[in-house]
Each structure stands twice: as C-alpha cells, then as structure tokens.
Design a protein around this ligand. Structure first.
Ligand code: G3P
Ligand code: MG
Length: 240
C-alpha cells in the first residue's frame, strides 16, 4: 500500500508548502496530496482554503489576488515563526520541483465552493508540459470537475472524492469517467466500500493518522492512504 502525504508532511511543517513537500520526500512517501485553486489571473496555486486567512498573514479570497500579490504573503508563520520564509506556491513552481523527484502526486481541485472556469484545462496543460501524466492523480469532490477533466485528458487517473455514502457508486464513477475513488476513513465500514471492493474499483483512504486505521486500510486492500504523518505510516507498514 502506498503512502501519500496529505498537504505534504503537514503535521511537521506548514501544509501545502515546499518545506512540507520536501519533508514528505525525505521521509520516503510514495506521493504527495495537494490542493489547487485559481488566482485572479488564472494561475493555479497550492492552498487548501478558498480564503488565505487561516494559512497566511493575509486576508481575502485566493481568486481576488493575482499570483504576484499572493506570493508576497507569509504562508508559514501561522504554523511556526521559523517557517516565515514559506510562500504560497504556484502549480508551475511545484512542477519544477516535482519533475526531478521520484514520487507521485494527487492534485485535488477545490471546485466545490467556487467553480474556477477552465481549471481542468489549465491544470492538464501543466501536466502535459511536464510529462507527468503517469504519476499524477486528479481528484475532486465535484463530479462535474472529474467529468470535465476527462474531456480534456483521456489518459490521466481521475478519482472522485467523497465523505458521503452513495448508493450505486460504481455507476456514478462510470458516468463521470473516474477510475478510482478517494473515501473518508469514516466510510471504511460502509456498504459503499463493500461494493467498491466487490467491483474491484481502486480506492484510497483519507485522512488516516492512526496506526490501527492504517493497518485496517492495508488489510482491506486500499491502494494508498493519505496521511498527515507519512513517517509514521511508512514505519507502521514496514512492520506489518
Ligand atoms: O484529498 C483528500 C483530502 O485532502 C480531502 O479533504 O479537506 O483535506 O482537502 P481536504
Ligand atoms: Mg485535499
């Protein structure tokens, strides 16, 4: 089972920043999960919330700033003053780093609250430019984003993200063109997961931080777990 670092190694470093990604890489994580929004000038950037308030020293919506403006904020001090040099990264800056690493990436497109026009095409263009289709997984809670991504990119792995139960999830995935599903750990004992396993649909589980749940995911056949503590996960899985 693979270990994906949720927003990077986000327990030990400010989430979705280069230091958190570097740390995940140093730990030996198989992949990184990160969140993508679009700026006012349509630049894909890596941040979890629609608003920069929680994870920077600024306020306001990501979509109301240009990338240049966003890059002036401090994205690390909120976590610990020693990370005061951390910045919000563009997806392009991430790619420059990622392309030289032997890792996978799960880009989560945050289109549930704000629908960023053309985000699918913009992100797909970067993936094609850096030739990382075979080690990138696109996910989203928004089924329409998955559907639109499939229209612009036929070969990439698409995962629908869910924290709720859906009755015929197999039909939904087929309809939207998803290859896999990322489920909240609370759904581990759901009937939905039973169906997913019966139908041989690849699944990943988030956000798994407890060692007992990590082991359970492995036994149930999860392709990966997405965790804030990749170091712990790698250690636990080595000994099972
Ligand atoms: O991609 C898995 C997980 O990141 C989804 O929830 O809110 O942590 O982005 P969230
Ligand atoms: Mg996420």
């Amino acid at each position: 089972m693979e270990v994906f670092a949720h927003r990077g190694a986000s327990k030990q470093a400010p989430e979705n920043t280069l230091v958190a990604f570097e740390l995940a890489n140093q730990y030996g994580a198989n992949g990184i999960e990160l969140d993508v929004h679009l700026t006012k000038d349509h630049v894909p950037v890596i941040i979890h919330d629609e608003n920069i308030r929680r994870t920077t020293n600024g306020v306001g919506f990501v979509q109301s700033y240009t990338f240049e403006e966003l890059a002036s904020f401090d994205a690390g001090s909120w976590y610990n003053p020693k990370f005061n040099q951390s910045k919000i990264m563009s997806l392009e800056q991430f790619m420059e780093w990622f392309v030289k690493k032997e890792m996978k990436v799960n880009m989560e497109l945050k289109t549930k609250v704000i629908e960023y026009p053309n985000i699918e095409q913009i992100v797909s263009d970067y993936i094609n430019q850096y030739q990382v289709n075979d080690r990138t997984i696109i996910s989203s809670f928004n089924p329409e984003t998955i559907q639109r991504f499939r229209e612009v990119n036929k070969r990439i792995e698409l995962a629908w993200l869910t924290k709720i139960r859906v009755r015929r999830v197999d039909l939904l995935l087929e309809e939207i063109g998803a290859n896999s599903i990322h489920i909240n750990q609370r759904l581990l004992s759901s009937r939905m997961l039973k169906l997913i396993i019966e139908r041989n649909i690849p699944f990943r589980v988030y956000t798994v931080n407890k060692t007992s749940t990590m082991k359970k995911c492995e036994i149930m056949g999860a392709k990966s777990i997405i965790t804030d503590v990749p170091d712990r996960a790698l250690q636990v899985l080595q000994h099972t």
